[in-house]
Design a protein around this ligand. Structure first.
Ligand SMILES: *Cc1c(COP(=O)(O)O)cnc(C)c1O
Length: 432
């Protein structure tokens, strides 16, 4: 067993003053054995914990670090900008620079508003959709996550096209009664909901590449169908690209599939490792946001120069020719190597990936399109797998529902070592 003495002590201290010892629940290792690992250092694809153990990191801060940890270009730009002050509560040129960088390289975006997290981006986009259309209801899909927005923390009630019920204490039923929750990849459910409530639906919100509850890749045809039904009804199509934006291509899933959303939310990669979110759309829609329009939304630290600088430095790297092709080809061969082993042993296991996002699915289904298709025994098998993989110096998010990320910093050598470790951990998992 690797030594986690210092991590365990830090966790005991943390629990005294932080609920569950953490500031975000999935960090608390509740889905796996043991207690959280406290990190001290990251460089490229590697991290080091408080006890000095080294890992090849596939969590990448849950996606933001597409260049890896402590990227020299990002750090250089950040320290340069930061040395002249961290925030003014007034505009600086960096906001415009980052906005232009995105608008100039994303065919579906004209204007953008920066906020501080993905949650805030989704919440504000929903408000804008309602303000712009004058309609109240929002369609969301079971298995998609849009941050901890009150009205989006909802699961389906009973029956087709019913209104949702909240998934967290502290959310009045009244807050979620305008949310309609539907199964993913199901055209009939969307048709039925639009038929019944269409006159009052402001937007259809979806992660076009759902990656917060496993990786539930949608048929492109389903996304095209959403585009079509929105065109027919005037409902706005809202792509939550907080995880897929700048990840599967610079233009995210919208560019990857070539489908135009009416509104997009960003987070994660956009801030270069700093807390940044954004929502974006056509100028016509965005001009409804205050101060130009009636939809109020504000932020004390929004667009602060340090976070903007990090975003600029990171996205400039992403724009270099071949960036996404190289990530995807590394990821494909990594995944193929692991899958071939699992297949040769006959393990009921499937590793999914789209570009540099991957998911370890502990089931032999090679199509998982909706939340209810996920195998129920995944979490138990994942516990065994996780214990084994951590011991081998490979870090992945501590839950079977989380995806992993490959960054530019992952070398062929890292990936070869990590693939071997994953293969050995699968052997342990399926030997039980
Ligand atoms: C991570 C994520 C969010 C929430 O972003 P936070 O920065 O954690 O608030 C929202 N939507 C999607 C699709 C995400 O992946």
């Amino acid at each position: 067993m690797i030594n986690r003495f210092k991590s365990n002590n830090l966790y005991e201290e943390a629990k005294k003053v932080l609920p569950g010892g953490v500031n975000s629940p999935v960090r608390a290792f509740r889905s796996v054995n043991g207690s959280p690992i406290f990190f001290e250092k990251g460089s490229g694809s590697h991290t080091w914990d408080a006890d000095g153990n080294e890992y090849i990191d596939f969590c990448c801060s849950w996606g933001p670090l597409i260049l890896g940890h402590a990227h020299a270009g990002v750090l250089g730009k950040v320290s340069d900008v930061m040395s002249r002050g961290t925030s003014f509560g007034a505009p600086s040129k960096y906001e415009t620079e980052l906005a232009k960088l995105i608008a100039d390289n994303h065919r579906y975006i004209e204007k953008i508003r920066f906020v501080n997290s993905g949650t805030e981006a989704a919440m504000s986009a929903i408000r804008l959709a309602r303000g712009y259309t004058g309609k109240n209801k929002v369609v969301k899909f079971e298995g998609c996550y849009h941050g901890h927005v009150d009205s989006l923390m909802v699961k389906a009630g009973s029956g087709l096209a019913t209104l949702g019920t909240s998934t967290s204490a502290g959310i009045p039923e009244g807050f979620v009664k305008e949310t309609i929750v539907l199964p993913l990849n199901d055209k009939d459910a969307v048709r039925a909901a639009v038929k019944e409530f269409g006159h009052d639906i402001a937007c259809i919100a979806i992660e076009p590449i759902p990656a917060n509850n496993g990786l539930l890749l949608q048929d492109k045809e389903f996304l095209l169908f959403l585009r079509e039904i929105c065109d027919q009804t005037g409902i706005l199509l809202f792509f939550d690209e907080v995880i897929s934006g700048f990840r599967v291509s610079f233009e995210g899933a919208s560019g990857y599939y070539g489908i135009k959303p009416d509104m997009v939310a960003f987070g994660k990669i956009i801030g270069g490792g700093f807390p940044v979110g954004a929502y974006a759309s056509s100028a016509k829609v965005m001009d409804c946001v205050s101060p130009d329009g009636p939809v109020y939304q504000a932020g004390t630290l929004s667009g602060n120069p340090v976070a903007m600088a990090a975003g600029i430095a990171q996205l400039e790297e992403c724009l270099k020719p071949g960036f996404y092709e190289s990530l995807a080809s590394k990821a494909d061969s990594f995944v193929n190597r692991i899958q071939s082993h699992a297949d040769s042993k006959g393990y009921p296991f499937h590793m999914f990936n789209v570009g540099s996002i991957f998911w370890l699915s502990f089931s032999n289904k090679n199509r998982v399109r909706s939340a209810d298709e996920i195998a129920p025994d995944g979490p138990e098998l994942f516990k065994v797998f996780f214990d084994s993989i951590i011991e081998k110096g490979v870090y992945v998010g501590p839950s079977s529902y989380e995806v992993g990320f490959i960054s530019q910093a992952h070398t062929e050598e890292d990936l070869s070592k990590a693939a071997n470790a994953i293969i050995e951990a699968l052997d342990v998992t399926y030997a039980k």
